[in-house]
Ligand binder design. Structure first.
Ligand code: ASC
Length: 158
C-alpha cells in the first residue's frame, strides 16, 4: 500500500495555525486568571518600589548616584515593556483585582495608554543615560503622570 502523500498546508490553514501559535503563549503562561492577576500585581509592586527609589533621588530624599539611578530605570523599563502589561489576559477582569472592565472593553484605548507609558519610560531611559539630574527629573515626572493617568482611568479606587 502506498504511503499517503502529505498535502502541502493550505494557506488558510497555515495562517490559522500561525495565529494559534502566536495567540496561545499569552494565556498559557499563567495557570489561570488568578495567577495572571497575582503576576501583574507583583509587577506593579516592583515598579512602585523602583520608581520610589528613582523619585527619592529626583526629589533629593536620597543622594543622586547615576549608576544606581540607571539600574532602577533599567528595572522599571523591563517591567513596563515586557512584564506588566502581558498579564491583562482575557478573563482576568474577575477576581481579586482592581482592574476595571474598561481595560478589556476599550482595548484600543487601553493599548494607547500602555504605549504612552512605554514611550515615557523610553524617554526616562534616554534621560538616565545623560546622567543629567534635571533631565531625569523631567522624564521621571512624565512617567509618574502617565502612571497616574492610567490608574485614574483603569484602576478601581481602593
Ligand atoms: C509610582 C507609582 C505610581 C505612580 C504615581 C505617580 O511610583 O506606584 O502609581 O508613581 O503615583 O503619580
Amino acid at each position: 500500500m502506498p504511503l499517503p502523500t502529505m498535502n502541502p498546508l493550505r494557506p488558510s490553514l497555515a495562517v490559522a495555525m500561525l495565529a494559534l501559535l502566536t495567540a496561545l503563549p499569552a494565556a498559557a503562561q499563567y495557570r489561570n486568571a488568578d495567577a495572571a492577576i497575582k503576576y501583574r500585581q507583583s509587577a506593579m509592586s516592583l515598579q512602585n518600589n523602583h520608581l520610589g527609589r528613582i523619585f527619592a533621588m529626583v526629589n533629593g530624599q536620597a543622594p543622586f548616584d547615576a549608576k544606581v539611578m540607571n539600574e532602577n530605570i533599567e528595572i522599571v523599563s523591563l517591567l513596563n515593556s515586557r512584564v506588566q502589561f502581558a498579564a491583562f489576559i482575557e478573563g482576568s477582569d474577575k477576581g481579586n483585582t482592581r482592574a476595571k472592565p474598561e481595560i478589556w472593553a476599550e482595548k484600543d484605548k487601553f493599548s494607547a495608554a500602555v504605549a504612552k507609558s512605554q514611550d515615557d519610560v523610553n524617554k526616562l531611559v534616554a534621560a538616565g543615560k545623560t546622567g543629567n539630574l534635571d533631565q531625569i527629573k523631567a522624564a521621571a515626572g512624565a512617567v509618574g503622570q502617565s502612571c497616574k493617568a492610567c490608574h485614574d482611568a483603569y484602576q478601581k479606587p481602593q
